[in-house]
Design a protein around this ligand. Structure first.
Ligand SMILES: *Cc1c(COP(=O)(O)O)cnc(C)c1O
Ligand code: SF4
Length: 342
């Protein structure tokens, strides 16, 4: 199928409602994303092309859906778990996902932390010896120039108690040309560096993205993926299985599958926890552990991420039953083994 070429194929500029959407939430689509879109409204288009449904705000929607603000001791840091912090050096992205949980905070008008704020964030990390892992997120940290990102990583790797660095990014899939040799050079560090690539559908992984993965791997990055479960994008066993198999074959370990957050104007992407659990339960019968990410929910209000299933344990009063892949229940512990007892 022919890729869509012109901006107007994707975003009709005569649509007043869509203009209203774009005024509220940032819009950006790269040539690579356009190449990955095959038909309007397909699983890639739905992730990036503004939709009038975004103007609908449901009662459960929240401006800060996962409660980052509650745990931010200094600008640019979120510190919820003792051993790890999020560091957000930048609030811009290469593309703007329509379901983004930080959509109220990201956009082209939002600038990087000021040098003074960044220095203060680094001081915070230096001062707390419990911080073992620093997770760069945003925004998209790979939007930084190789020089800036390199300088930041040099600062972080020089902190003795910081043993592990992690970077959450959409750029290898959505703007793979940014993953240059110079950027990968900046990523070379003597500390372990994990790169969690945000990708939600196999159709997004165009050849240029595969090449970006290879360049990151050549820079000694350990590649993980994180995905968001999204209605009418990847909410089928077929779509998820294809995505996770593709990732594992490309040497990317699926790490998290996020239940969609309650970000404002994203109700049309949401499905119920039960629907999600049923999908993941079916996936479990088809994929090895290598291909199965943890299905997690970020509890609204800043209470953190928890795995949400699927549940294989059934409690009946005092008795415990374990459900196998065919749906049959087995008592646990099982009844005494007569042969062994004699
Ligand atoms: C998700 C998250 C982390 C990272 O958690 P992992 O489960 O280690 O991936 C750390 N801090 C905050 C505030 C988070 O939301
Ligand atoms: S790249 Fe990440 S932070 Fe940026 S819009 Fe998409 S989901 Fe949000």
């Amino acid at each position: 199928m022919k890729p869509l070429k012109r901006e107007t194929d994707i975003l009709p500029d005569n649509d007043a409602a869509l203009k209203q959407v774009a005024a509220r939430y940032a819009v950006s689509i790269t040539p690579e994303v356009r190449e990955a879109i095959r038909t309007p409204g397909d699983p890639v288009a739905r992730q990036y092309v503004p939709d009038v449904a975004e103007l609908v705000v449901l009662p459960e929607d929240r401006a800060d859906p996962i409660g980052d603000d509650v745990y931010s001791p200094v600008p640019g840091i979120v510190h919820r778990h003792p051993d790890r912090v999020l560091l957000m050096p930048v609030n811009v992205c290469a593309v703007y996902c329509r379901f983004c949980f930080r959509r109220e905070k990201v956009g082209p008008g939002r600038k990087v932390l000021t040098p003074a704020e960044l220095a203060r964030a680094l001081d915070y990390i230096r001062a707390d010896k419990n911080i073992w892992e620093v997770i760069l997120t945003g925004g998209d940290p790979l939007i930084l120039s190789p020089r800036k990102l390199g300088a930041l990583l040099r600062e972080l790797e020089s902190i003795d108690h910081v043993q592990v660095l992690r970077l959450h990014t959409r750029i290898p899939v959505a703007d793979p040309r940014r993953v240059t040799k110079a950027l990968c050079g900046a990523l070379k560090t003597r500390k372990a560096l994990y790169v969690a690539i945000h990708v939600n559908h196999a159709q997004e992984i165009i050849p240029a993205a595969e090449e970006a993965f290879a360049r990151l791997r050549a820079a000694d990055c350990v590649l993980l993926s994180q995905s968001v479960l999204l209605k009418n994008v990847n909410d089928s066993v077929k779509a998820l299985e294809e995505l996770f198999r593709r990732l594992v074959a490309l040497r990317v370990k699926p790490y998290y599958l996020h239940h969609p957050d309650l970000a404002r104007g994203t109700g049309h992407f949401r499905l119920s926890l039960t629907e999600g659990q049923n999908l993941v339960k079916k996936l479990r019968t088809r994929l090895s552990g290598l291909g199965l990410p943890a299905y997690v929910l970020d509890i609204p209000g800043g209470h953190g991420k928890v795995p949400v299933g699927p549940a294989h344990l059934h409690l009946r009063g005092e008795d415990v039953f374990v459900e196998d892949m065919k749906g049959a229940l087995h008592a646990y512990p099982p009844p005494p083994d007569k042969e062994r007892r004699s």
